[in-house]
Design a protein around this ligand. Structure first.
Ligand SMILES: [Zn+2]
Length: 164
């Protein structure tokens, strides 16, 4: 497996690391030779989540900025603590086909989706209409965002880690 994916998997919640390693090994083996898939971003800090939330709302996003849309595009619906990335239980993928970034939801992308779903991961492409997040995968392990936030507020970290 490539170093970037390994590093991102190692930032997942401890409960998800081995689980994701198995699934991702299967994903990479299923790709044709001209296609590279990587785990792009997994754990996201509260600070970065807030910064992304502000883009297009209270902070101008140059991407999508126009006279009709002076704040630019909104890129995130998640406030800090409300993204599964904040808890190390989500990751986004990138795909490169013939050396170029590839965001098309084609057959190879759907192969990734099928394998990850088989391993119990939910796909952002199944989110409600208008909120789909095609590169995104998450697994909840019976947790809720409120439950995780309560553990975090109570500082009930898994010993030796910053994860709850
Ligand atoms: Zn994501």
């Amino acid at each position: 497996m490539d170093t970037h994916s390994i590093n991102q998997i190692n930032l997942l919640h401890p409960i998800a690391r081995l689980d994701c390693t198995y699934a991702w090994t299967e994903v990479q083996a299923a790709m044709p030779e001209n296609v590279i898939v990587q785990v792009g971003e997994s754990l996201r800090s509260f600070e970065r989540t807030d910064a992304l939330y502000k883009l297009g709302r209270t902070v101008v996003n140059p991407d999508g900025k126009s006279a009709a849309k002076p704040m630019g595009n909104i890129v995130s619906w998640a406030r800090a603590g409300t993204s599964w990335h904040n808890w190390g239980l989500a990751f986004d993928i990138t795909m490169t086909t013939n050396g170029k970034e590839d965001w098309a939801i084609g057959p190879n992308w759907m192969k990734v989706v099928a394998i990850m779903k088989k391993h119990g991961w939910e796909w952002g492409g199944d989110f409600p209409k208008g909120k789909e997040d095609f590169p995104h995968f998450e697994k909840k392990y019976g947790q809720t965002l409120n439950g995780l936030m309560a553990l975090h507020t109570a500082q009930k970290f898994i010993p030796g880690t910053n994860y709850v």
